[in-house]
Every structure is written in structure tokens, then in C-alpha cells.
Write a protein that binds this ligand. Structure first.
Ligand SMILES: NC(=O)c1ccc[n+]([C@@H]2O[C@H](COP(=O)([O-])OP(=O)(O)OC[C@H]3O[C@@H](n4cnc5c(N)ncnc54)[C@H](O)[C@@H]3O)[C@@H](O)[C@H]2O)c1
Ligand SMILES: O=C(O)C(=O)C[C@@H](O)[C@H](O)[C@H](O)COP(=O)(O)O
Ligand SMILES: [Zn+2]
Length: 365
């Protein structure tokens, strides 16, 4: 097992990474204060892992809360089901909410923990690659609004993150690829050598090679922990973790939550960010193409939806959380491995990026 730390003073917490950690009560016990634990999961993950985790937490009174599965359920109605269950079972302020599932479950369970009786303890047990490398770390919690992704939420850090890498064995290939989009993101924004490592190891990752996966998870979590430790509430460098997300969130909202997976939308959005960085003269064409090829090798879509016009993108991007005083800030690349958050671009270049022929760009690779 490997242990990383998210360094946030008195709110610091460990990230445990390893095989079979779901069965190790001694890792969770130090992070549970009371006798009550609510395991929040969904209809897909619960049949796979809920019984196991409940057994591991056998010393506590365990309340299972099983939600409907999917991004389309990341909303008020589903959040309410968590509060209903906690209140019906008389969970008090010393309860611990444990999120068992992917990023949708983690974001919702975390938000519920932030709100329930004004805040109770919370542990992340992520079971998708995306949640293991990104969403379980850093304390962004929340739900979607029909007008925009993650528009209602709170920064609320977990007490611990427990990553059992063997849970990835049951993950569908499409979901694994979605997680790889966020892994590639770390290489693009802050770790150029990691890009080369990913190019060398992409096939092993997609074949669920446990050594390669553990290394990708460790390196991703280390990058995320460093960024979050430096800027917990996104007043600066944390916004770089949003590479590809301004365009990607527009795709998710426009297409209907769940039609494009978050990681898929981020992948196509990252291609758009690469294209815009090239049009600004910051990266050259070989660098752009290298990024696109890596996303493609990960099994991800690299062309935005054909039905989305520049006007559609502009409409959705207007509610992005990086808009300040009406001006949209974008995460772009100065070079591979170095991201910037900037509003220093011309409208013409943004419009040209939105209108670019991505099918032609991909065809020439
Ligand atoms: N809070 C953050 O910092 C942050 C970061 C990135 C993404 N997110 C959010 O995370 C969400 C995406 O997360 P996701 O990609 O994990 O999607 P998800 O939570 O929808 O999980 C993907 C699918 O895999 C299933 N699943 C989960 N674990 C499984 C397993 N081990 N075996 C088989 N099936 C399994 C789920 O039931 C679901 O159907 C989005 O809502 C996104 O906005 C949040
Ligand atoms: O942790 C962060 O900060 C991120 O931006 C990570 C992203 O991968 C993630 O999708 C996040 O939920 C996006 O945040 P948002 O503030 O743009 O909704
Ligand atoms: Zn993301």
C-alpha cells in the first residue's frame, strides 16, 4: 500500500492506494468518530462492493443508502434521498458518510455530508478510475443544475480517501477510458514526463495492468494533492485542473447529462483547448497533435459533437465558474506540461476555435 497526504493544515488527510484495501478495517477506523456510518452507493456499485465494505465496517451500525445510477441523477431529488435515509435512521452529528462509487456518488455524498446537520464526517471510497485519480481528492462536492454542471455545491474535504485498485476489474472499458482523460490532464498541465510515460504505458493501462494502473493513480493523486494543497478553494492554480472543462461542461450540459460521460466531454474539450493554444501561438502543431493522439489512444472521443454550434458553446460557457466580471477565463497551454488560466485572448481566436473542423484535424494525424 502507498499513502499520500493532502496537506491542508488541520484538514489534512491521507490517500491510501493499494489492492484489497476494501477489506482492511484498520485503515478506516481512525477516521470514524462515532458508532454510525452511512454508506452511500448506487444500484450498480452496491451489488458489487457494498456487502464487502459493510463487513469491513462491521464494528459500526451501518446504514446502506443506495441511489439510482448515473449523471442524470446528480441532482436535488437524489440528494434528498440521502437526507431522508439519514433522518429516518436517526443519524446524529457523529455519523460518518462513506461514498462508495464513482464521481457522481462522491460529489453527492460529499455535498450531503457538508449539509447534513451543518456538516458531518465524510470518507471517499472511489471505485472508478476517474474518481480514484481526481474526484475523490480535493473536496469539490455538489450537484448539477439544468443550466450548468456542478453549479450547486460546497468545498468539503473528506477525512480520508481509500483507493482499492482491484475495484477497477469490474469497470466497463468506456468508463476506464473516461478516467484516462483526467489522467492525461495532469501530464498536459503540470507533468510533461508523465505524458511520455502515458504514451509508453497506454496499452498496459487499458489492459488493466495493475502495476501501470497503480502508478498512474499514484502520480495523478500526487499532482492533484499538490495543487489542492496550494490552492484549496480555486483562487489561483487550482483552476488549471479545469483544462478542457469549460468546453467539456458545455458539451455535457448541451447533450443532456450522461449522454457524453464527463471524461469523454473533457477529452473533446481538451482537444479544443489544445487547438486554441496553438492558434494563440503558444504550442506548435506537433504538440497539439501529440495531445490529441494520446487522448485517441486512450479510447476517447476527440471531436466535439457535430450538432453543437459555436453559439451553443458560447451560451453554456457564459455560466462557467471561471467567468469573472462577465469575462470568461480559459485554461490553456503555454507549452505541454504548463497550463495558464487566462482571459488574454481575442474573441476571434475563441470563435475560430469553436468553429474549427475537428474531423479534418483528426484525419491528418
Ligand atoms: N469533485 C471533483 O473534483 C470531480 C472531479 C472530476 C469529476 N467529477 C465528477 O465526477 C463525475 C464522473 O465520475 P465517474 O466518471 O466516476 O462517473 P460515475 O460516478 O457515473 O461512474 C461511472 C459508472 O461506473 C459505475 N461504476 C462505478 N464503479 C464501478 C466499478 N468498480 N465497477 C463497475 N461499475 C462501476 C457507476 O455506477 C457508473 O455507472 C461527474 O459528475 C464529474 O462532474 C468531480
Ligand atoms: O478539482 C478540481 O478543481 C477540478 O477542477 C477537477 C475537475 O476534473 C472536476 O471535473 C471538477 O468537478 C470541475 O470543477 P468545476 O468547479 O469546474 O465544476
Ligand atoms: Zn473533471
Amino acid at each position: 500500500m502507498q499513502t499520500l497526504k493532502v496537506d491542508l493544515g488541520e484538514r489534512s488527510y491521507p490517500i491510501y492506494i493499494g489492492e484489497g484495501l476494501l477489506d482492511q478495517p484498520e485503515l478506516l477506523a481512525p477516521h470514524i468518530a462515532g458508532r454510525q456510518v452511512a454508506i452511500v452507493s448506487n444500484e450498480t456499485v452496491a451489488p458489487l462492493y457494498l456487502e464487502r465494505l459493510s463487513k469491513t465496517l462491521g464494528a459500526y451500525s451501518v446504514l446502506p443508502v443506495v441511489l439510482p445510477d448515473g449523471e442524470a441523477h446528480k441532482n436535488w431529488e437524489t440528494l434528498q434521498l440521502i437526507f431522508d435515509a439519514l433522518l429516518t435512521a436517526r443519524h446524529d452529528r457523529r455519523t460518518t458518510v462513506v461514498a462508495l462509487g464513482g464521481g457522481v456518488i462522491g460529489d453527492m455524498a460529499g455535498f450531503a455530508a457538508a449539509c447534513y446537520q451543518r456538516g458531518v464526517d465524510f470518507i471517499q471510497v472511489p471505485t472508478t478510475l476517474l474518481s480514484q485519480v481526481d474526484s475523490s481528492v480535493g473536496g469539490k462536492t455538489g450537484i448539477n443544475h439544468p443550466l450548468g454542471k456542478n453549479m450547486v455545491g460546497a468545498f468539503y474535504q473528506p477525512n480520508a480517501v481509500l483507493i482499492d485498485t482491484t475495484s477497477l476489474k469490474t469497470l466497463p472499458a468506456r468508463e476506464l477510458s473516461a478516467g484516462l482523460a483526467e489522467v492525461i490532464k495532469y501530464g498536459l498541465i503540470c507533468d510533461k514526463p508523465f505524458l511520455a510515460w502515458l504514451e509508453d504505458n497506454m496499452q498496459a493501462l487499458r489492459a488493466l495492468d495493475s502495476v501501470a494502473l497503480t502508478e498512474a493513480i499514484r502520480r495523478s493523486c500526487a499532482a492533484k494533492a499538490a495543487v489542492v494543497g496550494a490552492d484549496e478553494r480555486e483562487s489561483g492554480v487550482r483552476a488549471t485542473l479545469n483544462l478542457g472543462h469549460t468546453f467539456g461542461h458545455a458539451i455535457e450540459t448541451h447533450m443532456g447529462y450522461g449522454v457524453w460521460l464527463h471524461g469523454e466531454a473533457v477529452a473533446a474539450g481538451t482537444v479544443m483547448a489544445l487547438e486554441m493554444s496553438m492558434r494563440l501561438g503558444w504550442i506548435d502543431q506537433p504538440a497539439r497533435d501529440r495531445g490529441i493522439r494520446l487522448l485517441q489512444d486512450a479510447g476517447l472521443p476527440v471531436v466535439p459533437p457535430q450538432e453543437m454550434t459555436p453559439a451553443h458553446f458560447m451560451e453554456h460557457m457564459a455560466v462557467d465558474k471561471k467567468v469573472l466580471d462577465g469575462r470568461l477565463r480559459l485554461v490553456l497551454l503555454r507549452q505541454l506540461g504548463e497550463a495558464v488560466v487566462t482571459d488574454d485572448y481575442s474573441t476571434e481566436i475563441l470563435q475560430a476555435t469553436l468553429a474549427a473542423d475537428y474531423r479534418a484535424i483528426v484525419a491528418q494525424l
